[in-house]
Design a protein around this ligand. Structure first.
Ligand code: HEC
Ligand code: HEC
Length: 275
């Protein structure tokens, strides 16, 4: 009897995803490096200092700039210019502040028209912001056309508790990144459409050089098996990424490929704007 490769891969993927979720939930404390965290709790902070700290997080640890720009359309996400004001009009009965906080903690709760549900919860890995950082970031966004009035108490107490300071231990998936790079460049055909660090150059699909910094392993794994099911990254054509990878790749090739993609954490925010 022949078991379709897709079924094999899907079962394999489910087991791996399950293992990952279990792992992530069971040992959130494990850290590979001392976390670099901002703590503002208990201190006397002026709104100006808070906004400045938030801007630093927006450009740095938050990795927001990889997807968003201010006053300019990014490739993957909406322009956040004036968001401090426009946030008040997004959801009836929701204040700008409440909407901004919800956008960070539960981005899928309200989708901006024309964009897919791809923004990760920013208090979870890989971004992993803590409560102070969420507070400062909200203040920074309020400052973009609105009034800075967010208090630390506005940020839910539970927020950031799964963050691990963004430094949760490196996940050990069973794949081999080197073999995965070969799949990326060879059988998978990914370089025909994607750049990934030093390999590939084509702008047909998004640059994947920092994908592991901005996306969860779950998203990356699901996108390969079912590109359309994950929505279409804004600014790119839908239905172009092959939907057959789950059938053509073996389970090993798939896991190696995922392991390779999870090494892509290019330094600094690449220009989000599409040339
Ligand atoms: C992987 C790409 C990605 C990253 C990283 C990302 N976002 Fe987003 N963001 C999106 C997308 C796509 C949307 C639109 C869909 C939606 O509403 O969830 C969005 C929506 C938003 C909105 C709502 C905008 C509006 O006009 O209503 C806010 C606010 C926001 N993001 C802030 C942030 C901040 C702050 C960060 C950094 C901590 C961040 N995002 C990181 C992709 C991203
Ligand atoms: C024929 C062109 C093409 C090929 C080949 C292709 N992709 Fe894509 N890919 C795209 C396009 C276009 C998008 C953006 C539109 C969308 O979301 O479907 C995309 C999106 C993605 C994303 C989401 C990026 C983000 O910013 O959220 C990932 C991850 C990805 N591809 C991985 C791969 C991998 C891995 C391979 C090889 C196995 C591959 N792609 C092969 C065209 C391609």
């Amino acid at each position: 009897m022949r078991v379709p490769v897709l079924v094999k891969v899907a079962v394999f993927a489910l087991v791996v995803m399950g293992a990952y979720t279990y792992y992530a939930n069971s040992i959130p404390q494990l850290r590979s490096e001392p976390p670099e965290e901002l703590s503002l709790e208990g201190g006397n902070v002026t709104p100006e200092q808070l906004v400045k700290a938030g801007e630093g997080i927006f450009k740095g640890k938050g990795t927001c700039e990889v997807c968003h720009r201010i006053g300019q359309k990014g490739t993957r996400a909406p322009d956040l210019g004036g968001i401090g004001a426009s946030a008040a009009k997004r959801k009836a009965g929701t204040s700008a502040k409440a909407y901004l906080i919800e956008s960070l903690l539960d981005p899928g709760a309200h989708l901006v028209e024309g964009y897919p549900n791809i923004m990760p919860k920013v208090d979870r890995p890989p971004i992993g912001l803590n409560r102070s950082e969420l507070w400062a970031l909200t203040a920074f966004m309020e400052s973009l056309g609105g009034t800075v009035d967010v208090k630390l108490d506005d940020i839910p107490k539970t927020a950031g508790s799964a963050a691990g300071g963004g430094q949760v231990a490196e996940l050990k998936l069973p794949g081999d990144p080197k073999a995965g790079q070969a799949v990326f460049m060879g059988k998978g055909g990914c370089i025909a459409c994607h750049k990934a660090g030093s390999v590939g150059a084509s702008p047909v699909g998004p640059d994947l050089s920092q994908i592991a910094k901005i996306q969860t392993p779950e998203y990356i794994m699901a996108k390969i098996l079912n590109p359309a099911g994950m929505g279409t990254v804004a600014g790119y054509p839908g239905g172009v990424m092959p939907a057959t990878l789950g059938q053509t790749l073996t389970a090993k090739e798939y896991l190696d490929l995922v392991a390779f993609l999870l090494t892509l954490k290019g330094e600094g925010a690449a220009p989000a704007a599409k040339k």
